[in-house]
Design a protein around this ligand. Structure first.
Ligand SMILES: C[S@@+](CC[C@H](N)C(=O)[O-])C[C@H]1O[C@@H](n2cnc3c(N)ncnc32)[C@H](O)[C@@H]1O
Length: 214
């Protein structure tokens, strides 16, 4: 489940954070953990400043980031009220992490954030709205701000299909985007892609882009 010492430590903290709510919440996190190298993605983010986590869901990725970067302030946004309720309960007494219900098709305050993350979200957004969500990340970032976008990769094909079936059962139809089209969307919004990294966990292929607001 977790391999490096740091991953084991992060997983233990996540488990304890969600176990305080319920065993079901903790088990759900354990399953989510298997889907991606979240510690590796979180490491790409800055140590300080203010970050928005777009599509925070129950707050798993935002919490991973807060454990790894304790001096980074994090605001998580998601339109799913029930998921946000779970995320809010993980805040505890911490002041550097907050969650709120919000539809990311609407704009956040301009140039407020040093970083924006969006992990496994875009394929949940209907095609007609995908570009405007990325544009909203762009306008919410300060000049020079970092955008970490992680989504389902289109290769290897068998994994992309297995994941498509999984998502279709869980949430109707996912709106998967090809790697090249993701890059086009980022650059046409004004982002400069600095790094891209493909990874595989279980049956989920991920592509991570680290982009800068130029
Ligand atoms: C797989 S979850 C991602 C969870 C989270 N990023 C994590 O890694 O723990 C995808 C989330 O995107 C959210 N989402 C999709 N469209 C959205 C929108 N327009 N505004 C806000 N959230 C949205 C869904 O509600 C869902 O919680």
């Amino acid at each position: 489940m977790a391999s490096t010492k740091e991953e084991k430590w992060v997983f233990k903290k996540l488990w304890e954070t969600y176990r305080a709510q319920s065993l079901g919440a903790a088990l759900w996190v354990a399953v989510r953990w298997l889907y991606g190298p979240f510690v590796e993605f979180a490491r790409l983010l800055p140590d300080r400043g203010l970050m928005a986590d777009f599509g925070c869901g129950k707050g798993v990725f935002a919490n991973v980031v807060s454990f790894i970067h304790p001096e980074l302030n994090i605001e998580g946004f998601d339109q799913n009220r029930l998921a946000v309720k779970v995320a809010v309960r993980t805040q505890g007494i911490r002041e550097n992490i907050k969650f709120q219900e919000f539809d990311l098709r609407k704009a956040l305050p301009a140039e407020k954030y040093d970083a924006v993350s969006m992990v496994d979200v875009l394929h949940h957004v209907p095609r007609d709205n995908q570009k405007s969500v990325i544009e909203n990340a762009w306008q919410a970032l300060k000049p020079g701000g970092i955008f970490l976008m992680v989504d389902i990769d289109d290769r290897p094909r068998w994994m992309a299909w297995t994941n498509y079936l999984h998502d279709s059962i869980q949430m109707n139809r996912p709106y998967l985007v090809k790697r090249k089209d993701l890059m086009d969307m980022l650059t046409s919004c004004g982002f400069v892609i600095q790094k891209q990294r493909a990874s595989r966990s279980l049956y989920v292929p991920h592509i991570a882009f680290l982009a800068v607001k130029g």
